[in-house]
Design a protein around this ligand. Sequence first.
Ligand SMILES: *Cc1c(COP(=O)(O)O)cnc(C)c1O
Length: 404
Amino acid sequence: MSASDSSNHPPRFIQTTAVQPDLDIAPGFASFSTPTYRGSTIVFRNLAELRAYGDASKTYWRYGLHATPTSEALCQQLAQIEGGRHTLLLPSGMGAISLVYFALLRSGDDVLVPDNVYGPNRDHGEWLAREYGVTVRYYHPSIGAGIEALIQPNTRLIWMEAPGSVTMEVPDCDAIVAAARARGVLTAIDNTWSAGVYFKPFDKGIDISVQALTKYQSGGSDVLMGAVITRDDKVHDRLKRTRMIMGWGVSADDCFLVLRGLASMPVRLAAHDRAAREVAEWLKQRPEVTRVLHPALPDCPGHAEWTRDFTGGGGLFSIILHDRYSREQVDAFVEALKLFAIGWSWGGAHSLAVPYHVDTMRPAGTWPPAGWENAGELVRLYIGLEDTRDLIGDLKQAMETQLR
Ligand SMILES: *Cc1c(COP(=O)(O)O)cnc(C)c1O
């Protein structure tokens, strides 16, 4: 028998001490980092507290899946950045999009989605239409007030994305929200591009904001997480209930990683913004490039709306190469880049490039915009935190060797 008797309780067997050690940690420790509270079991002080959970309950902590002080710290900070009141965390940006669909739509409902929406969001809508009897209709990204004519009695949700993925059109959110509100339709925006720093959806009357925290909030290209942020209590409650029923949660360690990224996010964004505009301006002068689709430049559809609604940009934009270059030449150009990696998930320190065949992505036929001359292949660029002189040099060498 080996029982420990070092403390003020009766001697215990070693296995009990291994589970319930008698710790004496000195109080008064302070650091800037948020403690990582891992927990599935939440311990109640008594049965009354355990049973008190319900609408009027004061018991906030219930189960590790729903919230820990670590996830709560992240939720509150994200809401403050974006100007919302509530945040729900999901295992990915795609999970956040999925929550919005599942919480708000039933069979027979209708949803309007911009034709330039993030690809997997489109896939999600198509899947709901196929499997769950929801109708999904795609609208022209520059539709503005014209959205009014598309709203049906069973339309429950209008998605927006500002700017849209890959082709970067900025919608007229004011016009879309006005039409939606007049008909009692909820609006959701994928606000990942601005990280909630440069565009404030709730001040615009948008009901729900989705963030892929995987991108700028993390900033490290090493964690996947998403958020659904709201200002209205009732909308939040619907989303929260669905999240609980689905059993969707995130790990405290991942929350810690995102929290660590948040402190530097606005200054990182400012650096990406400055660098991306410098590279975009350089590209605009190049004969190989017919259009630079950066919302801060007049070439980009929705530039006026961007100027009205946004206070900055970020690292992500696209270029249209001259149609004299074949797909093979454009692929060779991207592969000849040495500092730009080939990869999807942007928002970290590393620059990225991906060519897209946009004509295959826009079944509603909204691409290319009328009157664009010599519009060839599109390449999406993400400008990381490398020195712009090196990035421009890299683009130049790849153009000179591959686009001739
Ligand atoms: C990356 C991204 C998402 C999805 O985020 P994941 O965490 O990778 O699932 C959603 N919307 C936009 C606009 C994105 O860029």
